[in-house]
Design a binder for this molecule. Structure first.
Ligand code: AMP
Ligand code: MG
Length: 533
């Protein structure tokens, strides 16, 4: 356990093994022939820690008492460097909303290097909102408190939900204001600023590879692929065409698994551009993400995406495949054969369908997938959930409480059967209209369950491990933000705590097991999220 911040040990292999931009002055530019630029964070006025993640401190081996010190706030706001920290911004490109955008890069994220944890792992620390870099383009390099709270809480929530993700160590208020036009209505206003320290084994994105391929920098592309293999996928063997294919295969597998998790918990990323897709299969870049309250495959949280809904909830699996095609194109110069890349893509396309089926089977508590009945059961469930606004989290968490015998009894009273699920429906009058159709599906489901050998208790136990009781609903985070902006950070701490055990009942937090309240239906931050962060 590190007892002081001066004692932290780093192994900055990214810097050591990949070429740096020779220019060290901090101005916006195109950077070629390099994977990163060295850059210092811009100091802030009055850094103050708002929250830290106990699990992350533990994993990094940092004594929790250190998090309370001023030195910690100074370092994790970007005002000071601990020995061994070497700040830099990565160079990458990406496809944004389907179009090639050229160079993007870390415009406001500054990496500090790879910390060696007490158990010998390497975890990279990165400050988001730490000031201008060569990649800041037209923006200011800063982040507002609002979006930083959302990133901090959601990173940790996702981890506890069992969804691969970058993590968050700390949330530090900068004591400075940042000007944002949150509604894009030409009325920018100052908001409090913050810096989040993100943590991951690495922050490489599909876009790192794409940019080098697009520029024809093939030797450097190979160098980056070799670095990736060596440090993140050593089990795939020595660099060479076979290992590059195995790398592609494994990145596909991880991202396919990732999007299945997102669909399981109702998470909508909101900006699945290829610069926001991790080479390690982690959820990365929490911006205008959202959680679908009512199960709505057409919903997108991102105001910028409202028209075409490219990144809507239900499109996420297809978009993942599209993004992986871009990665295939980027890796092609190293492999120079189309067929094996296409074969891997086809394999994962098929696997994606199977994994989605398996995910639904688990959510429904079925013992195994029986294609002859279950494919239609799953399809029809998704249609049924959309008949009238149905809260996804409540519906699935309450589903094991359905009385199977009652549901199978044609003479049973409809209200009686539906009773355990009533909290899931937003519009009682619509429910009256759709009740028969919903009941019809529940009866089929009950008949299907009757064919399984699982007891009700076994089924409930299984289902409660995949259907969370608590997710970080948009309105929950927004309440924490509203209070925090007024100086009261208690809700940030409470939500961090709730989300540490999202599958547990946690009776003292039962008030968070609730439908989105009506006031949140149209409130910014609760229904639609701005990209302005
Ligand atoms: P995103 O899709 O939101 O992850 O961001 C796309 C690109 O814009 C990335 O290169 C970011 O680093 C950059 N960016 C976003 N916000 C800012 C900001 N406030 N200052 C500088 N660069 C930014
Ligand atoms: Mg990004």
């Amino acid at each position: 356990m590190y007892q002081s911040l001066e004692a932290l040990r780093f192994d900055n292999h990214f810097l050591r093994e990949l070429p740096a931009d020779p220019e060290t002055a901090n101005f916006r530019r195109q950077v070629t022939g390099a994977c990163y630029s060295r850059v210092q964070a811009t100091p802030v006025q009055a850094p103050r820690l708002i929250a830290s993640s106990p699990e992350m401190l533990q994993a990094l081996g940092i004594d929790p008492a250190l998090a309370e010190t001023d030195a910690f706030a100074q370092i994790f706001a970007g005002n000071a460097l601990a020995p061994g920290m070497e700040p830099y911004a990565m160079c990458y490109g990406g496809h944004q909303f389907g179009n090639w955008a050229g160079q993007l890069g870390d415009g406001r994220a500054i990496n500090l290097g790879h910390l060696i944890t007490p158990d010998g792992q390497r975890q990279e620390l990165q400050l988001k909102g730490a000031g201008l870099t060569p990649y800041s383009r037209h923006a200011d390099g800063r982040a507002v408190l609002r979006s930083s709270i959302r990133e901090f809480l959601c990173s940790e929530a996702m981890h506890h939900l069992g969804v691969p993700t970058t993590r968050a160590l700390s949330l530090v208020a900068t004591g400075e204001q940042v000007v944002r036009d949150m509604f894009y209505d030409g009325r920018p206003r100052p908001e409090p600023g913050a810096v989040v320290c993100r943590v991951a084994p690495g922050f490489l994105r599909i876009g790192n590879f794409e940019l080098l391929a697009a520029r024809g920098e093939h030797p450097l592309l190979r160098q980056l692929a070799d670095y990736t293999l060596r440090h993140f996928y050593p089990e795939l063997g020595e660099p060479g065409p076979d290992a590059y294919l195995a790398l592609f295969d494994e990145i596909c597998r991880r991202n396919v698994d990732l999007v299945v998790h997102w669909m399981r918990v109702g998470f909508v990323h909101g900006v699945m551009n290829t610069d926001n897709m991790s080479i390690l299969g982690l959820t990365i870049d929490y911006g205008p993400y959202g959680w679908t309250d009512d199960f709505n495959l057409d919903w997108t949280p991102n105001t910028t995406d409202a028209e075409f809904r490219r990144y809507r909830f239900g499109a996420q699996p297809q978009v993942t495949l599209w993004n992986l095609v871009q990665l295939a194109n980027a890796l092609y110069p190293l492999i120079e054969q189309v067929e094996p890349l296409e074969a891997i893509l086809r394999k994962h396309q098929q696997a994606l369908g199977e994994k989605l089926d398996a995910m639904w089977v688990a959510k429904l508590g079925l013992e195994t997938f029986r294609p002859e009945t279950d494919a239609a059961l799953i399809q029809d469930l998704q249609k049924t959930l959309a008949l009238t606004e149905t809260d996804m989290t409540i519906f699935f968490r309450q589903l094991p409480e359905l009385d199977i015998d009652l549901a199978r009894n044609p003479d049973a009273d409809r209200h009686h059967i539906l009773a355990p699920l009533m909290e899931a429906w937003y519009k009682p009058d619509e429910l009256e209209l759709q009740g028969e159709a919903i009941l019809a599906w529940l009866r089929r489901y009950a008949e299907r369950l009757a064919q399984d050998a699982l007891s009700a208790e076994e089924r409930r136990a299984r289902m409660n491990q995949v259907n969370p009781k608590y997710v970080l609903r948009n309105y929950m985070a927004q309440q924490a933000i509203d209070a925090s902006e007024q100086g009261d950070h208690s809700l940030v701490h409470e939500l961090l705590d709730v989300m540490r055990r999202p599958y547990d009942e946690q009776p003292r937090y039962a008030h968070w097991f609730a439908r989105r309240p009506d006031w949140a239906r149209t409130k910014p931050g609760c229904s639609m999220l701005s990209c302005s962060s």
